[in-house]
Design a binder for this molecule. Structure first.
Ligand SMILES: C[S@@+](CC[C@H](N)C(=O)[O-])C[C@H]1O[C@@H](n2cnc3c(N)ncnc32)[C@H](O)[C@@H]1O
Length: 273
């Protein structure tokens, strides 16, 4: 699994999770990647590339740039390579099996860095931001996209549904992460010494008028993510099996024809001075 560090990833590395990351990236590509394009000839580090779900979109938006994709899961990197070969053939991607807290690059080695859904899983995101600054050239940019489960608003609302989302937040915290990190991006990046920090919320809102988002985001990204931690939540004693099943059933109503779902991602762009 992961040889370079002992940090656990709360969602795991199953085939189901790999599909979920792909659905998430493809459904949200326009929303999240809008405004992100790197000049031809630039070297762009993607830290925590996972199964390459964002890599294919990065490569497509920045033809001529070289993406250096890093992850500490060798299995995810292998899947990422297959995904890029299938979906973005001919793109320039270098693959590195490494820990983003201890990158195998000299100072100022890359022009830009891109990080998506990674800081929220780290016990020490400030350390990751410092290491990214070390390898970024002066004047280079850092783009970070993170979620924030506190932004989940849905109809019909219900305490049972909120309880299962809360299990996910608590499990992530127990593994050292922070599922509410999105709202902290501005202070985190500023404290790490980045300048010109600009954070823009990117909101997903799905109702019956947006059936592709109901399917791709509400069902296959958000609810699938919460559902995937059932065994861990029960094992940790956070909830009973029947309360869990009630909560998931309640949450699924947000994807019914009379349901709605809202979630905000936070996208930060900053400069390494
Ligand atoms: C939620 S996944 C996101 C993957 C991808 N960025 C995406 O948006 O689909 C988080 C990824 O970060 C990787 N990761 C977590 N900690 C890491 C570390 N210290 N070094 C390298 N990769 C790490 C995990 O292996 C996992 O692939």
């Amino acid at each position: 699994m992961n040889t370079a560090t002992s940090i656990e990833y709360v969602h795991g590395y199953s085939e189901r999770e790999s599909h979920r990351l792909g659905d998430q990236a493809d459904t949200l590509a326009e929303l999240l990647h809008e405004g992100t394009a790197y000049p031809a000839g630039s070297r762009v580090l993607e830290a925590g590339c996972g199964v390459g779900a964002q890599t294919v979109h990065l490569a497509a938006s920045s033809p001529g740039a070289t993406i250096i994709a890093v992850d500490h899961s060798a299995a995810s990197l292998a899947q990422a390579r297959d995904r890029v070969t299938a979906h973005a053939p001919g793109s320039e991607v270098e693959w590195r099996h490494a820990d983003l807290l201890d990158l195998p690059f000299p100072d100022a080695a890359v022009d830009h860095a891109f990080v998506c859904f990674v800081l929220e899983h780290l016990a020490d995101p400030a350390r990751a931001l410092a290491e990214l600054r070390r390898v970024l050239r002066p004047g280079g940019t850092l783009t970070v996209i993170e979620g924030d489960h506190g932004s989940a608003l849905f109809h019909p609302d219900g305490a049972a549904a909120r309880a299962v989302i809360d299990c996910q937040v608590r499990l992530q915290a127990a593994s050292g992460g922070d599922a509410l990190l999105g709202r902290r991006l501005q202070p985190l990046l500023s404290a790490a010494g980045y300048t010109e920090v600009r954070v823009r919320p990117r909101t997903v809102y799905a109702d019956r008028a947006r059936p592709a988002l109901v399917e791709g985001f509400t069902r296959h990204t958000f609810i699938a993510m919460v559902e995937s931690v059932r065994a861990d939540a029960l094992a940790a004693g956070l909830i009973t099996g029947s309360a869990w099943d009630r909560g998931i059933a309640e949450l699924r109503r947000a994807a019914d024809p009379d349901g709605t779902f809202h979630y905000t991602f936070f996208k930060a762009v900053a400069v390494n001075p």
